[in-house]
Design a protein around this ligand. Structure first.
Ligand code: ASP
Ligand code: MG
Length: 406
């Protein structure tokens, strides 16, 4: 018997039937004798719908008011779930972020949790009440409602589990766990039983959407093991845990791909001190996050400089590139938003030499050209033409021995 935190995402609470399904699962855990804290997302589509409404009123809605509006999505689910549990004769109570209290900074729309006081949750648990918490929301020190960024109820769950020193943190979603590749792209993808925080963090940062990045950072910092599993089945999911020795047997744990980036090249840039700063300072000032950067040296004292930015910032970044190119005397600027980034991730590559060479050779065999390469200690990413993205993921999945055995 212990304290169990269970988080249910939007698709798991999409309608009243599914909320009933969640209530039955929660009730089952409670009946076994555990103390249960449930974190809920808004019903699927609700947050997007609310954002749409706000934009009808104002193209650039006030951030404080937008958070007050968005928080209603989770408020709705929390109270509906508590009501459902009560109608099944289970003691339950909903709590909003400010009631818990989840204290955040003032950054509306992307607030960071600073402190969680779980006294009220603890009192309710001691009375054997099921506590249903509205995820994704908190409040700042002035009592304003804040939200934690899209997908933020994952972070609410992990943070509350950490604050309660819970025995388990279960994230219920619409997939059965974390896979070696997107099963929609790779039919032979396998569910991963155990993955470590670092790998999950790398995967979340390159586009795997199972968990919000911040929730993984939180889990790693406070060592909260997270069980990612489906609310539609009883199958065991994926445990996201601290690295252990058993994980080093394979070089690569997963292959991922995203088409979220665009590439910008400045040709024949003068090769003198301060040029990169001239290019990237205005990009940073425009709030654009640069991902990959490469610079080649030419014998002529000129270099080519290429970098990638999120697709949403492509036009702005290209315009900045053109302006700076004029100022510094670069020959030419061009961009491309039909690219994809394929990545292989695994803590095993720390101890397996030659992973990069294998990746490049595999892409070469498929006739896929690599435009840019970037690496971390446990990830290698290649930028390729978008039309080859699916082929690349499938080929790499096979190359690194990840295909499920028939
Ligand atoms: N409802 C919020 C969103 O759609 C938070 C979440 O679901 O985690 O992003
Ligand atoms: Mg989510």
């Amino acid at each position: 018997m212990g304290v169990i935190v269970q988080k249910f995402g939007g698709t798991s609470v999409a309608d009243i039937d599914r909320i009933r399904n969640v209530a039955r699962r929660v009730a089952g855990t409670y009946t076994r004798g555990d103390e249960v804290v449930v974190i809920v997302s808004a019903m699927s589509g609700v947050t997007d719908g609310l954002i749409g409404l706000a934009h009808k009123v104002n193209e650039n809605p006030d951030k404080r008011e937008l958070d007050a509006l968005l928080a209603t999505g989770e408020q709705t689910t929390a109270s509906l779930l508590a009501m459902t549990l009560k109608s099944m004769n289970f003691p339950a109570q909903s709590l909003m972020g400010f009631q818990v209290e989840v204290r955040t900074d003032h950054c509306f729309g992307n607030a960071r949790i600073q402190d969680i006081r779980v006294d009220r949750v603890r009192r309710l648990l001691q009375e054997r009440t099921i506590v249903v918490v509205a995820g994704f929301q908190g409040c700042d020190d002035q009592g304003n409602i804040t939200t934690l960024g899209r997908g933020g109820s994952d972070t609410s769950a992990v943070a509350i589990a950490a604050a309660l020193k819970a025995d388990a943190c279960e994230i219920y979603t619409d997939v059965t766990g974390v896979f070696t590749a997107d099963p929609n792209l790779v039919p032979k993808a396998r569910k991963i039983d155990r993955i470590c925080f670092e790998e999950m963090l790398e995967m979340a940062s390159i586009g795997a959407k199972v968990l919000q990045i911040r929730s993984v950072e939180f889990a790693m910092k406070y060592n909260v093991p997270v069980h990612v599993r489906s609310s539609f089945s009883d199958e065991e999911g994926t445990m996201v845990v601290q690295e252990d020795n058993g994980m080093e047997r394979v070089a690569v744990s997963a292959v991922t791909m995203n088409k979220n980036d665009a590439r910008i090249t400045l040709r024949k840039v003068p090769d003198t001190p301060g040029i990169a700063a001239r290019i990237f300072t205005p990009v940073a000032e425009a709030g654009i996050c640069v991902d990959m950067i490469i610079q080649n040296t030419r014998a002529s004292g000129k270099t080519d400089l290429t970098f990638t930015v999120p697709k949403a910032d492509y036009r702005t970044a290209l315009a900045i590139g053109k302006k700076v190119a004029g100022e510094i005397g670069a020959e030419d600027v061009f961009g491309d938003d039909t690219i994809a980034k394929v990545s292989v991730t695994g803590v095993g590559m720390r101890s397996h030499p030659g992973v990069a060479a294998r990746m490049f050779a595999c892409l070469a065999r498929e006739g896929i050209n690599i435009m840019m390469i970037s690496t971390s200690e446990i990830r290698i990413s290649c930028l390729i033409e978008q039309k080859y993205a699916e082929l690349a993921v499938q080929a790499l999945h096979t190359e690194f021995g990840l295909d499920a055995q028939p």
